[in-house]
Design a protein around this ligand. Structure first.
Ligand SMILES: Nc1ncnc2c1ncn2[C@@H]1O[C@H](COP(=O)(O)OP(=O)(O)OP(=O)(O)O)[C@@H](O)[C@H]1O
Ligand SMILES: [Mg+2]
Length: 365
């Protein structure tokens, strides 16, 4: 990674007895979209607010372009307006008594820029978010998506080095959210913006980010590229937060280096699996769980035979248009498999399941 723009070192924060953050560290490169992802209360907004200077931490440091802008130990705390960061909140925080253009002009007025320059920069920012035509309308009379874009234009107008976005799309309905997600990505790529993005929505995080930090209870669980976290999660928390997982209980049979044959419970068959990085293959006879993402299981009408094939019976089908979600009984387990749309007629049928060997991972019981 190129030189980092923002570096967060070992942040901790407590609110009375609540430990909101513990030892949170990450570094972000120029032009990167870095997302803090995690469930409600895990400390995402607190981290972002500390980076913005809206909150101080109990311990740790924040650096911007190599310069310390916050340090608990050295009592350094640069005020937010001197950090050159733009911030967009979930609630948009649009000023209701102003027009669209006045809203966007506000940060420039605070910085006492000449009037002509303000007008020009405001129109440029509004053009970026496709709201030029609405410049003189009253801001609160716009739709949710348009107000969202006003908030974005207001954060972009003074060309901050880093944009901080705290659940900026969560007030929008599903369709609009997906459209705005796409527009945000296009804008980010076009302008080479550096973003710290906060969300609890895994699909938003996977689709927008270059890297994600998954947080739980005030700590960073894992940092990595979206596909790295999705395919090679280091903890069950990360695995399950990022998507659906099928797990099958079993016992280790023959071990061969980093892989082992797992005999599934209930006579469901056996599978060859590798342990996740950093975890040793448990000894023969240990109880384990085998995990796989549902889309890595192929449904076939041919019977079993060959490695990593299991047989099962379709118990329930949920037709979704582009695919059919099937609940398949395999031994004692009922697992979710995504079949083709035509699988909607397969209820009560015996099927074969082919599990992609490279997608199988081994977990402690
Ligand atoms: N001003 C405050 N006073 C007391 N406790 C706070 C304050 N702000 C946050 N907390 C607590 O700190 C923890 C982290 O809060 P934070 O707002 O960072 O979570 P979050 O990950 O942004 O959650 P959400 O997804 O719900 O926005 C929570 O337990 C929260 O209750
Ligand atoms: Mg929050």
């Amino acid at each position: 990674m190129a030189e980092s723009i923002v570096e967060v070192r070992s942040l901790s924060k407590s609110f009375g007895a609540v430990n909101a953050l513990q030892d949170v560290s990450f570094a972000i490169g120029k032009g990167e979209v870095f997302t803090l992802l995690g469930p409600s209360g895990c400390g995402k907004s607190t981290t972002l607010r500390i980076v913005a200077g809206l909150e101080d931490a109990s311990g740790g440091e924040v650096r911007l372009n190599g310069r310390t802008i916050f340090s608990a130990e050295e009592h350094i705390n640069l005020p937010p307006e001197k950090r050159n960061m733009g911030m967009v909140f979930q609630s948009y925080a649009i000023w209701p008594h102003m027009t669209v253009a006045e809203n966007v002009a506000y940060p420039l007025k605070l910085r006492r820029l000449p009037r002509a320059e303000i007008r020009e920069r405001v129109m440029t920012a509004l053009r970026l978010v496709d709201l030029e035509a609405q410049a003189d309308r009253d801001a609160p009379k716009l739709s949710g998506g348009q107000q969202q874009r006003v908030a974005l234009a207001r954060a972009l107008v003074y060309e901050p080095e880093v944009l901080l976005l705290d659940e900026p799309l969560s007030n929008l309905d599903v369709k609009l959210r997906e459209q705005m997600r796409f527009e945000l990505k296009v804008l980010q790529q076009r302008l080479g913006l550096t973003l710290i993005y906060v969300t609890h929505d895994q699909s938003e995080a996977l689709s927008l980010s270059d890297r994600i930090a998954v947080m739980s209870q005030g700590r960073v669980e894992q940092i990595g590229a979206p596909d790295e976290l999705y395919d090679r999660p280091r903890t069950e928390f990360v695995r399950d937060f990022l998507g659906k997982t099928v797990t099958l209980p079993g016992r280790i049979g023959a071990v061969n280096g980093a892989s082992a044959r797992v005999v599934l419970n209930g006579g469901a068959g056996d599978l060859v699996c590798t342990a996740p990085p950093g975890m040793a293959v448990p000894a023969s006879g240990s109880d384990v769980k085998v995990a796989i993402r549902p889309e890595r299981i192929a449904l076939s009408l041919a019977g079993p035979g060959g490695d990593n094939r299991l047989s099962g019976r379709v118990e329930t089908v949920l037709y979704q248009g582009d695919r059919t979600e099937c609940a398949v009984r395999v031994g004692g387990s009922l697992i979710t498999v995504y079949g083709p749309p035509e699988a909607r007629t397969m209820r009560d049928r015996d099927v074969g399941l082919v599990l992609a060997p490279e997608a199988l991972t081994l977990w402690p019981k």
